[in-house]
Design a protein around this ligand. Structure first.
Ligand SMILES: C[S@@+](CC[C@H](N)C(=O)[O-])C[C@H]1O[C@@H](n2cnc3c(N)ncnc32)[C@H](O)[C@@H]1O
Length: 234
């Protein structure tokens, strides 16, 4: 079921041929915090559910060409094993996101949309990618983390999970970090302003005086101005 904005937790299933990729990811602090606060992140090993012999999951492309294509019957078996329904019906119940280089580009608005869901399913491709019928009939979205090609969907899934989980309450040490950051509403969708810390002067590079002034209104206005400038520059 689709949720409402401002949820406290999300349940994410990642379908992958390489679940072991995520072992390190699980140990990261903000991920652990998000899980402790009620979110769930689980990997489903696609190969474990293949109906084909010898753990086969892919096949050569019709029409010829390089590489191997992830089979639609194999993906269906994995989705059925997890959810117990025809995967065609699944996307009415939860967001099923196929990770593809040519998909909808991930940005802060898209992350917020995903973070507002109760549950997400991320499908990681490998090799030449998905049999297109997986995308057409099982997925609700195609998502790209950028216009370049990775070897597999796993790093893309981590990017999505990282960006989604840090939007949820309890994930970050300081909840305010996610409220006022690049592209947030608080900064009118602009990149964040520059930060500085001690020493106040280093090799002759001085921190802007206003930041040392203790004058909160002037600091606030200086930050907004730098943030707008950065939006124009980029
Ligand atoms: C080698 S890529 C397949 C590339 C595909 N043949 C093409 O030219 O678009 C294998 C898998 O990595 C994932 N992938 C690669 N680049 C990605 C990106 N920029 N965003 C999201 N997923 C990506 C997808 O799941 C894809 O199926």
């Amino acid at each position: 079921m689709r949720g409402t904005r401002g949820r406290a937790s999300v349940e994410i299933d990642i379908f992958t041929l390489f679940p072991e990729w995520f072992q390190w990811f699980y140990t990261q602090r903000h991920v652990r915090n998000a899980l402790a606060a009620g979110s769930r992140l689980e990997c489903v090993g696609i190969r474990e559910h293949t109906p084909l012999s010898g753990g086969q999951v892919d096949d050569t492309p019709f029409g010829g060409g390089a590489g191997m294509v992830l089979r639609v019957d194999v993906m269906e078996a994995a989705l059925r094993a997890r959810y117990g329904v025809d995967p065609m019906e699944l996307r009415d119940r939860r967001r099923v996101v196929a990770l593809t280089p040519g998909g909808r580009l991930l940005d802060d608005g898209y992350v917020s949309e995903l973070a507002a869901e109760d549950s997400l399913t991320l499908l990681c491709g490998r090799y030449e990618g998905f049999d297109e019928r997986i995308v057409e009939h099982f997925a609700s979205d195609t998502l790209s983390i950028g216009r370049y090609v990775l070897s597999g969907g796993e790093p893309a899934a981590m990017v999505v999970c990282d960006a989604v989980l840090r939007k949820l309450p309890g994930s970050l040490g300081d909840a305010h970090s996610a409220v006022e950051e690049s592209f947030s509403e608080a900064l009118e969708g602009n990149p964040e302003y520059p930060h500085y810390t001690r020493p106040a002067e280093y090799r002759g590079w001085r921190v802007p005086d206003v930041l040392l002034s203790g004058h909160h209104e002037r600091i606030e206005s200086w930050r907004r101005e730098r943030s707008r400038e950065r939006a124009q520059d980029r």
